[in-house]
Design a protein around this ligand. Structure first.
Ligand code: SAH
Length: 386
């Protein structure tokens, strides 16, 4: 692979180990290609993917002078596996590569049993897909599926891509075990198949809501929260999602774990509409989970503010005295301050007392490098409401 040389303006300490360099910091480019040796003040500074078009010019994959080869991908897999399996104790299903956080710019990989689903959203990684696929083969994975449909791809000038890279048996059903529960993973479904970033929160919410009589799981997908609530003895869960296929899998998951199917009621519907109908029908819950999709894709968060205010207002009206409320946001532009602010506004109008018991984050297989705080995107809290 022909390597190019990119010289940066300024001095090394201007940059630290931030994984990105924008075009306005580039002094000069020698050669053509998408793997660059980066220099500052004449000294080697790192190896990076180079995008000749985008505003985001360089994304570092190494601080050593090395090509992005299948061998490099293989060694990254080994290190990431060690962190997730040996340190975190995760098995069977976890996020193996969390892009920049694992020095794999724009590359996400979620492991499900003996295979993995990857998502590529950087220009360089898209061009070097062959090396990535080969790295997974070298590491012994039995199947590899790619689901590259993220919003970030468009910003790098890439079209969506989806399909199998390899498999050794026809795979339509993949089952994994998380926190002692079995889940069917729809390969080719939403995201990489599951929202693994919630795995610790499933457990915390389930444990705290243990034994409750009627809990609402709004935006349930395939039932991460529902199954954990059932595991902790919740008598009845009402799950809502607009994705009917996901709810079909949720019901399959309920039965596969030996819970009676009558313990769960599912509604294929818009959550906002359903909350209004529950209010009209005077329905009550002693626990509510709200885990909506990202309400803000960019910096404009006013729509998200309104969305959260409405959800909080409805949830507070539907909750019994002493009810528990768990709420999440998976948009990096929405901080705790916005969530708490909207919660306070809604609570004030209804004169309800709300106490935050837990502040919640993405699971640790989605780590946040200190040089790259943007990697933090999932925030939530679990509160008790009187
Ligand atoms: N709680 C899930 C993840 C939820 S992701 C888990 O822990 O696994 C967000 C979900 O919201 C998706 O399944 C999507 O289909 C659903 N969704 C998005 N907008 C919706 C709406 N307005 N009404 C109902 N469901 C919606």
């Amino acid at each position: 692979m022909p390597r190019i040389r990119v010289n940066l303006k300024g001095k090394p300490s201007d940059y630290g180990l931030h994984p990105w360099i924008f075009r306005d910091r580039v002094k000069g480019v020698i050669g053509q290609g998408f793997e660059a040796a980066v220099y500052v003040k004449g000294k080697f500074f790192g190896s990076a993917f180079y995008n000749p078009e985008g505003k985001l010019a360089l994304r570092f994959y190494s601080r050593d002078e090395e090509d992005f080869t299948a061998g490099l991908v293989y060694s990254r897999i080994k290190r990431a596996r060690y962190e997730r399996e040996k340190i975190l104790g995760f098995k069977n299903a976890y996020r193996l590569f969390f892009a920049e956080a694992d020095n794999m710019p724009g590359i996400i990989a979620d492991v499900y049993g003996r295979g993995a689903v990857i998502q590529i959203s950087s220009y360089g990684a898209d061009k070097l897909r062959r090396e990535i696929v080969e790295g997974f083969r070298m590491a012994g994975y039995r199947w590899l599926y790619e689901k590259s449909d993220s919003y970030a791809r468009r910003q790098e000038g890439l079209e969506p891509y989806e399909g199998w890279h390899f498999y050794d048996e026809e795979i339509s059903h993949v089952w994994v075990e998380i926190n002692g529960l079995k889940f069917r993973v729809p390969i080719g479904g939403q995201k990489t198949g599951m929202y693994l970033d919630q795995r610790l929160n499933w457990e915390i919410v389930g444990r705290t809501m243990r034994g409750r009589s009627r809990v609402l799981d709004a935006f349930s997908y395939t039932g991460g929260f529902t199954l954990h609530l059932l595991k902790y003895g919740v008598e009845k869960v009402v799950a809502i999602d607009e994705d009917g296929d996901a709810l079909g899998i949720l019901r399959e998951n309920v039965e596969a774990n030996g819970f009676h199917k009558k313990t769960v009621e599912t509604f294929t519907a818009n959550v906002f509409d359903m909350l209004d109908s529950f209010l009209l029908a005077h329905e009550r819950f002693d626990g509510i989970v709200l885990d909506p999709p990202a309400f803000a894709k960019g910096r404009n968060v006013s729509g998200a503010r309104r969305g959260y205010f409405t959800l909080f207002d409805r949830a507070l009206r539907l909750l019994d005295e002493g009810g528990l409320l768990a709420v999440f946001s998976c948009s990096r532009h929405i901080g705790f301050d916005l969530l708490e602010g909207e919660m306070t506004r809604a609570a004030k109008r209804l004169l309800r007392e709300v106490k935050i018991l837990y502040k919640l984050h993405q699971s640790p297989d989605h780590p946040v490098p200190v040089y790259f705080p943007d990697a933090e995107y999932l925030r939530g809290f679990l509160a008790i409401v009187y």
